[in-house]
Design a protein. Sequence first.
Length: 277
Amino acid sequence: MMRTWLFTGISSGFGNEMTKQILAKGDRVIGTVRNTKKVKELIEKYPDTFDCQILDVTDVAAVHGTVSDAFDKYGRIDVVVSNAGYGLFGCAEELLDVEVDHIIATNLTGSIQLIRSALPYMRLQGGGRIIQISSYGGQVAYPANSMYHATKFGIEGFCEAVVQEVAQFNIGVTIVEPGGARTEFRYGSAKVANLMPEYESCHGFLNMLDASKGLAPGDPAKMAQRIIESVDKNPAPLRMVLGSQALKATIERLEERVADYKTQKELAAFTDSRINV
């Protein structure tokens, strides 16, 4: 049975790779881009199953309109993939206000509004699947990446709450946490702040962004394949970590966090109210 998918950010990265694989297997994709140049081949190759739409996810009214138009046009959308986003590198003091505002509007607010827009339609159609592309950076934080982590930690908290709200309507939500991958996210679209010499010790990320220093281990085609396959799993997996280094770092950080919390039992109990009856 043909599925209909709605994607944001399909001009590059996981969105582009997933779109290619989904179209090749005969499903329909409504994919959003900010310009159509990078997807011209797909438009020509799949005129009947690829519906390319122009969208900047920082425009909230446009997000609502795009989702509404898509459901009106096709009647049912089976999978909504919130993928649009980018990385912003730089220590907190190095960032401009406009850079802070823009990454929040793109990675966090844009994702929230896309999901909120789709929920009433999915509820009325009796179910569906939402896939939020996050990062293992939604669980693990590194210096000079504070705003990216803020958006990913934020969208993961949002999705964890939403999944509990909408399970009763047969709507599944999956948070995808990829590790480093050989995509334009790292080698093309990443933004770097105006760096300060005072924070030079935190600028190791520059090597990571330089392909000549070695490519990331993650294969985007394999990652895309696993994300697509997750739609057939029932119940929907809440999280998918892609990449062995990402999984190792995530487990280590969570274990550190739990160990720290366990040292605070006395402190936590001290602040409880004791009511004499």
